[in-house]
Write a protein that binds this ligand. Structure first.
Ligand code: V47
Ligand code: SF4
Length: 380
C-alpha cells in the first residue's frame, strides 16, 4: 500500500540522488524493501545517464572453464563435479590453445577464465593456464580467477595473496573477474558456501589486487535465501572498498538459476526482482563507473530493459559459458554483434564495443582484427 510517509521518504531520497548525494545504508534498506520499480528505475537511470550518457557497452569475449572438478560444494552451484564423477573434466594445454585459436578467429579481445578448485592440481597448473593463453596470443586480455580461487592458491602455496597475484601477473594475468562474492553477510554465506573465502577474505583479496594496480570486477548472487537487507549490506561493503581503492570497474548482479542445484526447490528470481536489484545496485554503488546486465543469465529481453534501469553494459558475445547453462539458463551460447547492436539500438542506446579496461575497440568493416582507441570518458 502506498502511504503518504512512504511517498515522502521516496521523494527525499530521489531529491538526494538528483543532487548527487550518497544514499545511506538505512535509505538503501528502505528502497530495497519498499520502493516501487519505476521510482527505483527513475533514480537509477538518472545516475546511469550522468555517468555513461547514452552509451551501452559490450565486449567480444570467450569463456574458458578449465575444470569443473571442485573441492567445495556451494549449494547454488550446478557446474561443479566430484573428483571421481563421470561429469568431471580437465582441459589439456592443447585444448586451451584451441580455445585461444577460436578466440583469435572471432576477434575476441578478452578471455574470461574461471573454474573449479581441483583436488589434485597445484598452483603451478593454474599459473600455467594463464601462461599458455598469454604465449599463444599475447594481445588477448586475460581476466582470470575469482577472489575465491586466489584464496585457494594462497592456501595451497602457504604464500601471501600479494605473492600469488604477482606470480599470475608475471604469467600474463590482466585483471580479475568479480565472481565468488555471492552474499557477504555470514548469516547467508554460512548457509550457501560455508567453506570458501568469507566476505572479508574476498574483499581483502580485491584490496590487494587493487594495490598492485590490477583492476577487478564485483558481483552479487541474488534471488535465493537472502533478504533485501543482505543485498544492501553487500553493496555497502563494496562501496566502502571502492572508496578506499577505486580499483573496481564493473558491478554485475547475478540472478540465481536454481536448476540442478541444491536449492532447486526455490523459484528463480522474477523479472521484477532482476530490474529492482539492477536499479538498487546503480543507486547505491555511486562510486562504480559501470553496472553490467549479464544477458546470458538475465535473458536478452530483461538485459535489454535493464539498459533503462541502471545498466550500461551487456557483457559480450560470450561463447562456451557453462556455469549458468549447467544451472538451466535457456539463453543461446553466443549473440552475434549485429544481434547485440539491435538489442541496444532498440533500447534507444548507442552501442560501443569496449575492451576489458573500457577502451574503445576499433575494427575494420567486418574484420576480426581490432585495435584499441582511447579510453571512454565517463561522468562521475
Ligand atoms: O561466483 C554459480 C555464480 C559466478 C550459479 O567479472 C551462479 O565480468 C546463478 O562471476 N545461478 C561466476 N549464478 C560468474 C561470474 C561472472 C559472470 C559474468 C561476468 C563476470 C565479470 C563474472 O557465478 C559465481 C557464482 O556467484 N553462480 N552458480 C547459479 N546456479
Ligand atoms: Fe566450486 Fe565455484 Fe561451484 Fe563453489 S561456485 S562449488 S567454488 S565451482
Amino acid at each position: 500500500m502506498i502511504t503518504a510517509s512512504r511517498t515522502a521518504r521516496l521523494n527525499d531520497i530521489e531529491a538526494k540522488v538528483r543532487a548527487g548525494e550518497r544514499v545511506s545504508y538505512e535509505e538503501g534498506v528502505f528502497l530495497a524493501e519498499e520502493a516501487d520499480l519505476l521510482s527505483l528505475g527513475r533514480m537509477a537511470n538518472l545516475i546511469r545517464e550522468r555517468k555513461n550518457g547514452n552509451f551501452a557497452y559490450y565486449n567480444t569475449n570467450v569463456h574458458l572453464n578449465p575444470t569443473n572438478v571442485c573441492v567445495y560444494r556451494c549449494v547454488f552451484c550446478a557446474f561443479r563435479s566430484d573428483l571421481k564423477s563421470a561429469k568431471g573434466y580437465t582441459f589439456s594445454d592443447d585444448q586451451i590453445r584451441e580455445r585461444v585459436a577460436e578466440a583469435k578467429a572471432m576477434g575476441a579481445t578478452e578471455m574470461h577464465v574461471v573454474g573449479g578448485l581441483h583436488h589434485q592440481k597445484s598452483f603451478d597448473w593454474y599459473v600455467n593456464i594463464v601462461r599458455v593463453i598469454h604465449e599463444a596470443w599475447p594481445e588477448l586480455h586475460i581476466k582470470a580467477w575469482t577472489g575465491v580461487e586466489i584464496d585457494w592458491f594462497s592456501f595451497l602455496t602457504k604464500q601471501p595473496v600479494r605473492w600469488v597475484l604477482e606470480q599470475l601477473r608475471e604469467a600474463g594475468l590482466g585483471s580479475m573477474p568479480g565472481g565468488g562474492a555471492e552474499i557477504f553477510h555470514p548469516e547467508v554465506r554460512d548457509k550457501i558456501c560455508e567453506h570458501k573465502a568469507d566476505g572479508e577474505g574476498w574483499l581483502n583479496i580485491h584490496r590487494e589486487a587493487h594495490r598492485l594496480g590490477l583492476r577487478t570486477n564485483a558481483t552479487m548472487l541474488y534471488g535465493h535465501i537472502e533478504q533485501p537487507w543482505h543485498r544492501v549490506d553487500h553493496l555497502c561493503r563494496l562501496r566502502d572498498l571502492q572508496d578506499e581503492t577505486g580499483g573496481f570497474q564493473t558491478f554485475i548482479p547475478l540472478a540465481f538459476h536454481p536448476e540442478n542445484t541444491g536449492l532447486d526447490h526455490l523459484p528463480a528470481p522474477s523479472g521484477l526482482t532482476d530490474l529492482k536489484v539492477m536499479a538498487l545496485s546503480r543507486i547505491l554503488l555511486d562510486n562504480f563507473d559501470h553496472i553490467k546486465a549479464y544477458w546470458i543469465m538475465l535473458g536478452e529481453k530483461t538485459a535489454q530493459t535493464a539498459l533503462s534501469f541502471g545498466a550500461d553494459d551487456l557483457d559480450g558475445t560470450v561463447i562456451h559459458e557453462l556455469i549458468y547453462h549447467d544451472a538451466g539458463a535457456k539463453t543461446p551460447q553466443g549473440l552475434t554483434v549485429p544481434q547485440l547492436h539491435r538489442l541496444i539500438r532498440e533500447a534507444g542506446r548507442e552501442p560501443v564495443e569496449r575492451d576489458t579496461l573500457y577502451r574503445r575497440v576499433l575494427r575494420d568493416e567486418g574484420g576480426a582484427a581490432w585495435r584499441l582507441g582511447e579510453p571512454i570518458v565517463t561522468g562521475r
